[in-house]
Design a protein around this ligand. Structure first.
Ligand SMILES: *Cc1c(COP(=O)(O)O)cnc(C)c1O
Length: 433
């Protein structure tokens, strides 16, 4: 059969689909469905590709934890020396709960509250490593918060380099006309302003141009734009220590997507840094998806088959499964294509199915027009579900969120229990009058 995204961690052994050598159908049987299963080895291998390529250089890889923020995932990365890119005080609390080091945390996000700023300044011995600031108004607020605590907040300015990452409009963030970052033309002025504020310490510059990027060229363009600014800002007497090129490296969801490997991206960026005489500069990365997407699958059981001829639904065959858009929203939200594989192959001719969930929305689909030989009770694996799966899950339709299992050295570990229905409304109150 064709190569599976996530190989070699994911493979067929006879009819059985296995992750790290564990048959997925057996895991579905043991833990129930819907179930996320992750390979810790796959996650650590993906991180190691960045770390190896950066060896010998001043660097920090900050995992963009919004891709998958389960504590055991964070713990696995923290133990491997990884830092974290956070976007909320809640994410900071998760990093600390998982044993992460706040000195390796960069705090991104276009709308940080003063309370979140305080939390980030006061955590650990010296607060977070850096605030990635997105506007001059935020500089002023952060300055005031830091002064009120008798601290100096380390800042990097997130610059919008105005480069086209060539990705889906919803996940493209580096072009003029979206809400992220400080316009390139305003950046030098913003740095002057930051340097004039006593509660701030300029430490870096950053950008993040989008997600699911499959080319190296946009990164090189963005780096060039950042280095132009670094040179101008330093010429104005404001030293900049690190350059943070953000995240966004794509993964292959299907065999016709072939994004560069992380080590090739890193090598190209290091070469450009050297060529421009910035080889000594510390380089930061904020990868999310590329560290976790292909390390995970979502397992779901087939509930009902509705062949199109039965009910006049226009000839479409529906395969209704027990996972839905509330478990995995990427197809509904971005029209994302995710590969779907039976966990145990049947010796039968496939039919064409739309794989859909039970939620009351026409947008509740996981895959369209898929050739599958399936029967009710079969377990399907939705591949590349390790990123933006569980973190975007909701309780829509009062559906408890799925359980999560991590494969660690060949052992399955339950890292999140299936949510209990009672907990879904435990914080709600009836009116007492
Ligand atoms: C989402 C995000 C990332 C990670 O993006 P991926 O596409 O998952 O690699 C990195 N940095 C910032 C600021 C982000 O918002």
């Amino acid at each position: 059969m064709s190569a599976l995204p996530g190989a070699p961690h994911l493979a067929r052994a006879g009819a059985d689909l296995q992750l790290d050598g564990q048959p997925l159908a057996a895991l579905a049987q043991a833990y129930g469905t819907p179930l996320f299963v992750y390979s810790q080895r796959a996650m650590l291998d993906a991180l190691a590709a960045y770390q190896r390529a950066l060896q010998g250089r001043q660097h920090l890889v900050c995992y963009a934890m919004k891709a998958n923020s389960s504590l055991a995932v964070l713990q696995s990365f923290a133990r491997a020396g990884c830092g974290f890119d956070i976007v909320s005080g809640g994410e900071l609390a998760r990093v600390l709960a998982a044993g992460g080091d706040p000195a390796k945390v960069v705090f991104s996000g276009v709308g940080k509250t003063p309370a979140e700023m305080r939390q980030a300044l006061l955590c650990g011995p010296a607060g977070v490593r850096c605030f990635n600031v997105e506007s001059t108004a935020e500089l002023d607020t952060l300055n005031a918060v830091a002064l009120s605590l008798g601290r100096r907040a380390p800042v990097s300015l997130r610059v919008n380099p105005d480069v086209d990452a060539g990705t889906h409009p919803y996940i493209s963030t580096g072009l003029k006309g979206n809400k992220f970052g400080i316009a390139h033309a305003q950046a030098v002025g913003a740095y002057r302003h930051a340097a004039s504020l006593p509660g701030l310490q300029v430490v870096g510059i950053d950008c993040h141009i989008g997600s699911q990027i499959t080319q190296i060229a946009p990164y090189l363009d963005a780096l060039d734009r950042l280095l132009d600014l670094v040179e101008q800002v330093e010429a104005a007497g404001i030293p900049i220590h690190h350059v943070d090129v953000g995240g966004g490296l794509g993964v292959s969801y299907s065999s016709d997507e072939a994004p560069p490997q992380a080590d090739r991206l890193v090598a190209a960026l290091l070469q450009r840094l050297d060529a421009r005489g910035h080889g000594q500069r510390e380089l930061l990365f904020e990868p999310g998806r590329s560290l976790v997407a292909n390390a995970g699958v979502l397992l779901t059981e087939v509930l009902v088959l509705k062949p199109g001829a039965d009910d006049g639904s226009g000839g479409k065959n529906f395969c209704i499964v027990d996972a839905a858009m509330n478990d995995l929203v990427r197809p509904a939200m971005y029209e994302a294509w995710m590969q779907i594989e039976p966990c145990r192959l049947r010796d039968a001719a496939p039919s064409t199915w739309d794989v859909v969930g039970p939620v009351c929305e026409s947008g509740d689909w996981l895959g369209r027009d898929r050739a599958l030989a399936v029967q009710p009770g079969d377990v399907l694996a939705i591949l590349s579900a390790g990123a933006y799966g569980m973190t975007m899950a909701s309780n829509y339709n009062t559906r408890p969120r799925a359980a999560e299992v991590m494969l660690v050295d060949g052992q399955a570990c339950l890292i999140r229990e299936r949510e209990a229905v009672a907990s879904l409304f435990a914080a709600e109150r009836l009116i007492e009058r």
